[in-house]
Design a protein around this ligand. Structure first.
Ligand code: GDP
Ligand code: FO1
Length: 321
């Protein structure tokens, strides 16, 4: 299983889906970016995962659909409507349908499973919870809802504090805890997603962090930071503003109590102390430009997980050909 946000997570999820039997992969999606806009329920990380795994993603923006048209936004602009958050014509169908079904009383997880099936996605995408959790950010300009911070203000305000409103009362997806307790689970993969706003909300749900720490499967995290920089988005800026050095080592430290293996680029890996963190560090290129890069990283992560499993339980090596 993989824990994921949007763009970085979806890239590795696609790689994993191509080197594994896709129906054996579950991707747990952050839903703390979700919000209601123009009366519609938007789930950005679920959408990015769905479009990526269905081959419909827009690789330039990292969100929304490929070959999108914008008649709705143009018409809305002409009427003086809100246009800071762009909903493409085809993308709109997902939000309209999700909203209709949520209002009719269906759960987000059931709707997501059905939308995935209709888009031909064999991977299981599991929202981290069916209950609302909302990221809020305290900045030098005051408290902001997540999408105001991220999209409306383009991540410009200086971040001082991040909270996940509703997380303490939200129930983690039952399937998530069941999988973490399953003795046959092969690995838990923490994707190269933003640790602060994509992975932390999943871990903030009651019992999840503890279940990850206690699970029998090896836990492998991939660095979203390469040479002190994020590949895309505000991860490095946010870490810096919260008073930590934006480096792969900082990310390894944040995860150290949960993980067995940390995967980072060779130059970054050399700076992460295995002994100090009690974590194995695996060095491999993590920049995923091409499909082959995604598959290479997915294989490297799975191999590292399998080796960690053998180290933990040497008798397993007898079963691995
Ligand atoms: P978001 O929810 O859309 O912000 O997406 P994520 O949280 O899943 O991903 C954002 C993170 O992905 C950023 O920190 C990026 O540095 C990281 N990222 C994006 N592409 C890559 C890549 O090819 N390799 C690595 N290692 N990280 C990546
Ligand atoms: N991100 C933007 O930067 N600008 C947008 O106009 C925008 C629209 C949008 C519509 C649907 C959707 O599912 C996602 C969308 N995103 C947009 C992505 C955005 O919400 C963020 O990348 C994530 O929340 C961070 O993961």
């Amino acid at each position: 299983m993989a824990l994921s946000g949007g763009i970085g997570g979806a890239k590795l999820a696609l790689g994993l889906s191509r080197v594994l039997a896709p129906e054996t992969l579950t991707v747990v999606a952050n839903t703390a970016d979700d919000f209601e806009h123009l009366g519609l329920s938007i789930s950005p990380d679920i959408d990015t995962l769905m479009y990526t795994l269905a081959g419909l993603d827009n690789s330039e923006t990292g969100w929304g659909r490929r070959g999108e048209t914008w008649a709705f936004m143009s018409a809305l602009a002409q009427l003086g409507g809100e246009t800071w958050f762009k909903l493409g014509d085809a993308d709109l169908a997902v939000h309209v349908e999700r909203t209709r079904r949520l209002r009719a009383g269906e759960s987000l997880s059931r709707i997501t499973t059905d939308l995935c099936q209709r888009l031909g996605i064999a991977v299981r995408i599991l929202p981290m919870s069916d209950d609302p959790v909302r990221t809020r950010i305290r900045t030098d300009d005051g408290w902001l809802d997540f999408q105001d911070y991220f999209v409306r203000y383009q991540s410009r305000p200086v971040v001082r504090e991040i909270v996940f409103a509703g997380a303490a009362a939200a129930r983690p997806q039952p399937g998530l805890l069941a999988m973490l307790a399953d003795p046959d689970l092969r690995a838990v993969i923490i994707c190269p997603s933003n640790p602060l706003i994509s992975i932390d909300p999943i871990l903030a749900l009651p019992g999840v962090r503890k279940a990850v720490i206690g699970c029998r499967a090896p836990v492998v995290a991939v660095s979203p930071i390469i040479a002190g920089r994020a590949v895309k988005g505000p991860t490095a800026k946010m870490l810096d503003e919260l008073g930590v050095v934006p480096s792969a080592e900082t990310v390894a430290r944040r995860y150290a109590d949960m993980i067995d293996v940390f995967v980072a680029d060779p130059d970054d890996a050399a700076l992460v102390s295995e002994a100090c963190l009690d974590v194995e560090v695996h060095a491999t290129p993590t920049l995923m430009r091409t499909l082959a890069d995604r598959e290479h990283l997915a294989r490297a992560v799975l191999d590292a997980a399998d080796r960690a499993a053998i180290r933990q339980s040497p008798s397993l090596s007898l079963d691995v050909s």
